[in-house]
Write a protein that binds this ligand. Structure first.
Ligand code: SF4
Length: 245
């Protein structure tokens, strides 16, 4: 039986819904180039004390190693205090609970990424849809990108990461010693019209992900109705991760 492209897309959409899998707002209907972005609602994210569901989901899907030595830890997504995440956004009179409030951090997929400019082998580059990618095979481990990133978003494998992966996901590649890695905005899931693993895992739905070029997307709705801040805007990197405060 031959089915048309339109019918195929309709059937595919139905199967996603039937499977209970979260699909991206805008979905297949969005025309033109996309520009992916994320919003993180800080008050909502802090509602469940000590929650790390998003971190567990991301690290498990992407085979992120769990090195014992903190100095060599590799993180695609992690939490740090508001004070450290936003050094220019607090003052001496702010109450301690606000300064120490945990904030979720990841690669900002900057619109003007310094990490991309310094890579000598083009192992990291920016896609048309805004995702800052990594080619693990092209990476020579010079770590210029790590020095250039003002957010500490990249990790380096000082030793073989494979023995340190808790449970191997055979659907995602592992890395090797001497290679840099970081968040990829779940580009492998986006290719299947699925939201990033962290967004899906959040019990409070504190994160939204979508296309900034789509006026009907959830991220556009949130950015149009809430006040947001971005990390170190004075550097001109133009992060695509927006924090709702
Ligand atoms: Fe590059 Fe760092 Fe910006 Fe990510 S957060 S795009 S690693 S400069």
């Amino acid at each position: 039986m031959i089915i048309s492209r339109k019918t195929f897309l309709r059937l595919t959409g139905i199967s996603f819904v039937a499977a209970g899998v979260e699909r991206l707002s805008g979905g297949l209907a969005t025309a033109g180039p996309r520009r992916w972005a994320m919003t993180i609602d800080i008050p909502k994210c802090s509602e469940v004390a000590g929650c790390t569901e998003c971190v567990k989901a991301c690290h498990s899907v992407h085979n992120v190693p769990g090195f014992k030595d903190d100095a060599h830890q590799v993180n695609w997504i992690w939490k740090d205090s508001f004070e450290r995440a936003f050094p220019s956004e607090h003052n001496d009179y702010q109450a301690t609970p606000y300064k120490s409030r945990p904030v979720l951090l990841l690669c900002n997929h900057c619109d003007n990424p310094p990490c991309v400019r310094v890579c000598p082998t083009r192992a990291t580059w920016k896609r048309e849809d805004g995702i800052v990618m990594m080619d693990y095979h092209r990476c020579i481990g010079c770590r210029y990108c790590m020095a250039a990133c003002p957010y500490g978003s990249r990790g380096f494998n000082w030793s073989d990461p494979r023995p340190h992966i808790a449970r191997l996901n055979p659907d995602y590649p592992t890395r090797t010693k001497g290679v840099v890695e970081k968040c990829n905005f779940c580009e492998e899931r986006l290719a299947r019209e699925l939201a990033p693993a962290c967004v899906e895992a959040c019990p409070k739905k504190a994160m939204a992900f979508g296309d900034l070029n789509d006026p009907g997307s959830s991220v556009r709705a949130l950015l149009g109705s809430r006040y947001d801040i971005r990390r170190k805007p004075e550097l001109g990197t133009k992060p695509e991760v927006f924090y709702l405060v």
